[in-house]
Design a protein around this ligand. Sequence first.
Ligand SMILES: [Zn+2]
Length: 73
Amino acid sequence: MLMKMFKKPETVNVSIKGKQLSCPVCGNSKFTRRRSQLNTRLATFFNLDWANRVATCYICTDCSHVSWFLGKQ
Ligand SMILES: [Zn+2]
């Protein structure tokens, strides 16, 4: 029996505003999701204090292009 040495990131299909997200580079529709806390100074720099400083990024499983969204998706 194989031991799970690491957790494989979950692959997700993403829809934004009811539309399926596809990679703008390669057209792939499978992504892995990461959630990031934005650095406060960076958020201030980009005038994002109105946002809750949480960003969600989706990484294309094919070409690894990253799509960023502000806030929790
Ligand atoms: Zn891609």
